[in-house]
Design a protein around this ligand. Structure first.
Ligand SMILES: NC(=O)c1ccc[n+]([C@@H]2O[C@H](COP(=O)([O-])OP(=O)(O)OC[C@H]3O[C@@H](n4cnc5c(N)ncnc54)[C@H](OP(=O)(O)O)[C@@H]3O)[C@@H](O)[C@H]2O)c1
Length: 317
């Protein structure tokens, strides 16, 4: 009985492996637009796809980031400046993409741009803090997608949205987890709607990786800024020791985060080039072994884990 089961499972994985290895044709004629290419996953994906021969349209937030990328890569890679929180910037980038892609349409759209801070316990934050993250990570993703969707539909292409393990388990206060839960929900509805047009939508869920977003100084600075403007009542209730614990925990955890960004960009590349992309990609050991299993556990258990592993407020019961 166990032998049959093992053979069946083995067969399933063999078939899946074979199916997922089929690559779409004419990659060199396919245009892929990526947001947030100044650094991190976006930057690495732009380089990786350029080396693979695809036509990369890399959107950077800064002119400096765009120049660096252009200088280091082939003439085929082109850059544009894009702030995903600004409607006029999205409209200009869309026009630029239209001019480049012409009748072919856009094969791939990768919504990668994102920010992490301000993140802290909810009570330390203001509505503006939540909006700052939601505007980039969620509303930016939505507006860029809506603007470019006609071009993606024309190519029967792919939308790849970068979520996070924190779009499955809400570990932290503030807008980040909310934004990534939102990206998951948006992607799910989009995938179902666009299946009628042959467009495929994939979600990338990385664990923690070392990028400019997760640099320890960025965390410390972000926590400190939020703390400095918190009300006296919040400061008294939570206590400076809790702030110090947050800063210490990121300092301790940072070395354990992976610097192998290709674990994530390989998933993105697969979503763009495989004939049969997955719906969701978990990238990183922490995503696969910790956060993904946690997302299926009962809330009672997850709450207990988070309760016992988080810093405690000064006036906790
Ligand atoms: N690193 C991780 O552990 C991790 C885990 C899960 C998911 N993710 C997700 O992965 C994606 C990429 O992040 P990353 O880790 O590669 O961090 P990153 O190196 O900071 O890359 C994010 C890029 O987005 C840019 N950006 C910020 N605001 C923007 C805006 N308004 N318009 C356009 N671009 C903007 C950033 O520019 P600036 O640097 O100038 O701000 C940066 O170049 C994000 O969606 C993030 O949430 C990251």
């Amino acid at each position: 009985m166990w032998l049959y089961l093992a053979v069946l499972v083995g067969l399933y994985y063999l078939l899946r492996w074979y199916r997922e290895r089929q690559v779409v044709s004419h990659l060199r004629d396919k245009y892929v637009f990526i947001t947030g290419c100044d650094s991190g996953f976006g930057n690495q994906l732009a380089r990786q796809l350029d080396q693979r021969g695809l036509r990369v349209l890399a959107a950077c937030l800064t002119e400096k980031g765009a120049r660096q990328l252009r200088d280091q890569m082939s003439d085929r890679l082109e850059t544009v400046i894009l702030d995903v929180t600004k409607t006029e910037s999205i409209a200009a980038a869309t026009q630029w993409v239209k001019e480049h892609t012409g009748d072919r349409g856009l094969w791939g759209l990768v919504n990668n741009a994102g920010i992490f801070m301000p993140t802290a316990p909810n009570e330390w934050l203001t509505k503006q803090d939540f909006m700052k993250i939601l505007n980039v990570n969620l509303l930016g993703t939505i507006e860029v997608t809506l603007s470019l969707l006609p071009l993606v539909r024309r190519a029967r292409g792919r939308v790849v949205n970068v979520s996070s393990v924190l779009g499955r388990v809400s570990f932290l206060g503030g807008g980040y987890c909310i934004s990534k839960y939102g990206v998951e929900a948006f992607s799910d509805s989009l995938r179902r709607e666009l299946s009628h047009f042959g467009v495929k939508v994939a979600i990338i869920e990385p664990g923690y990786f070392k990028t400019s977003m997760t640099r320890n100084e960025r965390f410390s600075q972000g926590y400190q800024e939020v703390w400095d403007r918190a009300s006296p009542e919040v400061k008294e209730t939570y206590g400076e020791k809790m702030l110090a614990s947050f800063m210490k925990s990121t300092e301790i955890l940072e070395p354990s985060w992976s610097g192998k960004l290709s674990l994530v960009t390989d998933c993105m590349e697969h979503a763009l080039t495989s004939c049969h992309p997955r719906t969701r990609y978990s990238a990183g050991w922490d995503a696969k072994l910790l956060y993904l299993p946690m997302s299926y556990m009962p809330s009672l258990l997850v709450d207990a884990v988070i309760y016992w592993s988080s810093p405690r407020p000064a006036k906790a019961l």
